[in-house]
Design a protein around this ligand. Structure first.
Ligand code: FES
Length: 169
């Protein structure tokens, strides 16, 4: 049972948030993890998410929005069902990361932070995702794909298009 009446989150997530605020010396330290969990639960950081998280942490909504505007991995609009994040940081850049990004843009017909009309894919250019040794790399939702070539990207996107990819929402 959530400590917040009429929580917008699932009972499991509400219980997780109840616990999160107890494990830091200062309540507001739970803000970033809470925003990330909320994004997975709801799909993006909606106004309702901001309101409830502010209430849970005894903050004003502006405090939450200030943090929200700082972190590029937090979204205020829904992403596609499959969020394609292509790394163009140094290792990936040197091994064709921009070619992979351009290929995804062309293939999906969308640019950075855009969503396809059918809502299936969104695309983001991101900083290092921790797969430098296997560059170039991308992530779709929470699945890593590395040692990419444009041919491999086509196969990966087709897998998701057929509904065989992982769906975290
Ligand atoms: S530079 Fe691309 S994963 Fe690290």
């Amino acid at each position: 049972m959530s400590t917040i009446a009429n929580s917008i989150f699932s009972p499991e997530m509400a219980a997780r948030f109840d616990h999160l605020v107890t494990i830091y010396p200062v309540k507001r330290s739970a803000l970033v993890p809470m925003l990330l969990y909320a994004q997975d639960d709801v799909g993006y950081i909606s106004d309702a998410v901001v309101t409830e998280i502010a209430a849970r942490l005894d903050l004003i909504e502006l405090d939450v929005r200030n943090v929200l505007s700082y972190y590029s991995m937090l979204r205020t609009k829904p992403a596609g069902k499959y969020n394609v994040q292509v790394c163009t940081n140094i290792s990936c850049m040197l091994r064709g990361g921009y070619e992979i990004l351009d290929h995804c843009k062309h293939k999906l017909g969308i640019g950075h932070k855009e969503v396809t009309k059918d809502g299936l894919f969104s695309l983001e250019e991101v900083e290092c995702i921790g797969a430098c040794c296997w560059a170039p790399a991308m992530q779709v939702n929470y699945d890593f794909h590395d040692n990419l070539t444009t041919v491999k990207v086509d196969e990966i996107l087709e897998t998701y298009r057929q509904g065989l990819g992982k769906d975290v929402k």
